[in-house]
Design a protein around this ligand. Structure first.
Ligand code: 3H9
Length: 679
């Protein structure tokens, strides 16, 4: 059966796309729409057209899997132009998400109606692109430049009600009445003398929005998008809409789109899109594996981590029992949760009522017995195996049979914890990243005996709480922290070769990481694990701590900090390091920024290859997902493994050898074959 079908309802032609899962506008859909429009044009009994979709959503955009392949017509811009040129009015009837090319189709229609639960947006920028089927030119003409600019540059969809307010949607209809409402709306407009044509509208384009307006937007709204190429191109395209006739604006849009589409950033960001989706697929799990119900979560530890973890569930509507040992610590934990919610409410992310609803789902307690009826218990207690084992033994005795027991450990062996329980098949790791209510990454640690249903449940739950989850095997530091370790070693080794901490850090911030290893150390505190009594000036860290340079908290560490916590290089630190270099008899080296970066990042790629070789990650793209979502690796480079693919694995292998590293056989083999990590 064709993916696009038509039926006539009186004098209205209803055109329906059925292309699961998200009605992506692939070639067959585009051809089907073009054919339906031709039918509408040639059949005198048809006076109006409704375009709608079956399944869970209106068109969610162009078919991304077609990108980079030879194009097969009709193109999306052609189809949309045909829709817009129709003499007979065309109504888009929207449910689910009208995204990207999907919203561009709707903009080509003369009218748009939507159910209240629908969302509309142009998220192309997140794929390193811009709306390339007229969206940058039609949206500003329909809603005005000021409303269109953030939608196109930032790519966040807006709810149907907001879309109605700005004139993007003509009418909101009840969720269960889209089909009838579409036809009724079409019948209603048949009699109108003329129908609005988005590309021809001039009423919403504000005149006189000069350079200053766009500069101001760049300054205030685009700072966090530093390093990404697409947002600036989006801005340029919208500016063209404000300043040029439609046909010239479309030319500009096409030119900018073409450049982005063939560039490396979009390739990387499309990889990231599919990587995140691939990560949710768990190897070796039968399709009929059930998802266990999680109606209440227990959390041990009301500190920063436990509280942050709790917020994820509270926000998703899942009640939480939060356990601490001392009343004071419990009260403190609860009040921090409340403060975090109130801060979010002040920023408009929650209403006061939602804050109270979330807090109402929280049951603080000092009694472990109160965790008994939880379906999942996550421990976030001190990172020590004996403590963890004790906790697991107690939980196993208290928590109802069939419930899942999870550890938030960042390094420790989950198999050892599972072994002290009578339910090792119901034990796994759930490694959240700090701050746990903000960071998107969740590492699901699959222990030797974790049951498929338990893993599948954790994966489903991660989606419910808005996390991107990646499955890791049991190894020291799992995927993320395990790869951090060789980077830190490389950073320390470079200090001993006379490279300055700021040269190391800047090589990574220039690359797009939020901070380098020494900034990170200053933030965490250099005295983490340092013992004043035992300190004997043996390491650079010892000396810095002895001089009370213990990091940001003392105003100085590897750097000096001002009152706004801005870092400046420290002459004292330089002198301390020079002393160590001289004592070790090393000759100070000088490396290019690129070499410093490669010395830091190639060992991570090498470790990633070992992780794959050992089967600790299911696929290379999972490693990319971990680093982008948990450690701020710049998404526009695609993650460490994709980045290595782009550089060429042979180059990475040569680099590793010249830096004196032993190359993982898995990596060496791939490089020798001219292979890539990511297919
Ligand atoms: C564009 O439109 C360019 C135009 O301006 C110009 C053209 C000239 N194509 O996310 P989910 C797959 S660019 C192909 O898990 P959800 C996805 O890979 C596009 N496949 O579901 C997954 O496959 P699998 C602009 C797509 O309910 C499955 O569908 N549009 C596409 O959590 C389910 O996806 C966007 O950027 C696609 N466009 O979320 C929107 N979209 O099952 C991208 C999804 O094999 N899509 N798939 O893993 C989304 O944001 C979400 O998928 C959506 C549903 C919100 C729609």
């Amino acid at each position: 059966m064709s993916v696009v079908t038509t039926r006539q309802d009186g004098d209205v032609l209803v055109v329906t796309s059925n292309n699961p899962p998200v009605n992506a506008l692939g070639q067959a859909v585009r051809a089907g729409l073009a054919e339906a429009m031709a039918t509408a044009a040639s059949d005198d009994s048809i006076k109006a057209v409704v375009i709608t979709c079956e399944g869970r959503t209106f068109f969610a955009g162009a078919d991304i899997t077609e990108f980079g392949k030879p194009p097969v017509g009709p193109s999306l811009p052609e189809v949309i132009d045909t829709i817009e040129a129709s003499k007979k009015p065309v109504v888009a009837a929207i449910h689910g998400t009208a995204l990207g090319g999907g919203l561009e189709v709707a903009l080509g229609c003369h009218y748009r109606i939507a159910v209240a639960s629908a969302k509309l947006g142009l998220p192309e920028v997140k794929l390193g692109l811009l709306p390339g089927a007229g969206g940058t030119q039609r949206l500003p003409r329909v809603v005005g430049v000021e409303a269109a600019l953030p939608m196109i540059v930032k790519g966040d969809p807006i709810p149907a009600a907001a879309a109605e307010r700005i004139g993007l949607v003509d009418k909101l209809v009840a969720d269960d009445q889209l089909a009838e409402s579409g036809v009724a709306f079409a019948k209603h407009v048949i009699g109108s003398d003329s129908h609005p044509v988005s590309s021809a509208r001039a009423d919403k384009i504000e005149s006189g929005l000069g350079e200053e307006f766009f500069d101001n937007f760049r300054e205030t709204e685009m700072r966090r998008l530093k390093g990404f190429e697409a947002p600036e191109a989006c801005l340029q395209a919208v500016r063209a809409a404000a300043e040029m006739p439609f046909s010239d604006g479309v030319k500009k849009e096409r030119e900018l789109f073409g450049k982005l589409m063939t560039g490396t950033q979009s390739r990387a960001l499309r990889h990231v899109f599919f990587a995140e989706r691939a990560a949710s697929k768990i190897d070796g799990i039968p399709a009929d594996t059930p998802v266990l119900p999680i109606n209440r979560v227990g959390i041990l530890g009301a500190g920063t981590m436990g509280g942050g973890i709790a917020m994820n569930f509270l926000s998703a509507g899942i009640p939480v029992t939060l356990l601490e040992r001392e009343q004071e610590a419990l009260d403190r934990g609860v009040s921090i949760i409340r403060k975090n919610y109130e801060r979010s409410a002040a920023r408009g992310k929650f209403t006061a009522e939602q804050v109270e609803q979330c807090m109402g789902r929280l049951t603080p307690t000092l009694e472990m017995e109160d965790l008994a009826d939880s379906d999942l218990v996550i421990e976030a207690v001190f990172e020590n195996m004996d403590v963890k084992k004790e906790v697991f033994t107690k939980l196993d005795a208290i928590v109802k049979p069939g419930a899942i027991l999870a550890s938030n450990t960042s390094y420790l062996n989950v198999d050892e914890m599972a072994a002290v329980t009578t339910r090792p098949d119901h034990v796994l790791g759930l490694h959240f990243f700090s701050p746990a209510n903000v960071m998107r990454l969740l590492e699901i640690v699959r222990a030797a005996k974790t049951a498929p249903a338990v893993l599948k449940t954790a994966m489903a739950l991660s989606k419910k709480i808005g996390k991107v989850a990646v499955v890791s095997g049991v190894c020291h530091g799992f995927i993320g922290n395990r790869m951090l370790s060789p980077r830190q070693q490389a950073a320390n080794a470079m200090l001993m070769q006379g490279i300055k901490p700021w040269e190391v850090d800047n090589s990574l911030t220039d690359f797009g990481m939020p901070m380098g290893p020494f900034q990170m150390a200053d933030l965490a505190g250099l005295d983490l694990g340092w013992n004043r009594e035992a300190s004997n000036s043996e390491t650079i860290r010892d000396v810095l701590c002895e001089r009370d340079r213990r990091g940001q908290k003392t105003g100085k560490g590897f750097y000096d900090y001002d009152e706004n916590r801005r870092r400046t290089p420290s002459a004292e630190v330089e002198e301390v390091i020079a002393g160590f270099v001289a004592k070790a008899g090393e000759t100070p080296q000088s490396y290019s920024v690129e070499e410093i970066r490669n010395r830091l990042l190639f060992p991570m790629v090498n470790e990633g290859a070992k992780i794959l070789e050992e089967g600790m990650a299911q696929r290379a793209s999972d490693i990319d997902t971990v680093w982008i979502n948990g450690y701020g690796w710049p998404a526009y480079t695609g993650g460490p493994m994709f980045w290595a693919d782009m550089i060429g694995l042979d180059v990475v292998v040569e680099g590793l050898k010249s830096f004196g590293h032993e190359v993982s056989p898995y990596l060496a083999d791939k490089a020798a074959k001219g292979d890539r990590f990511n297919g």
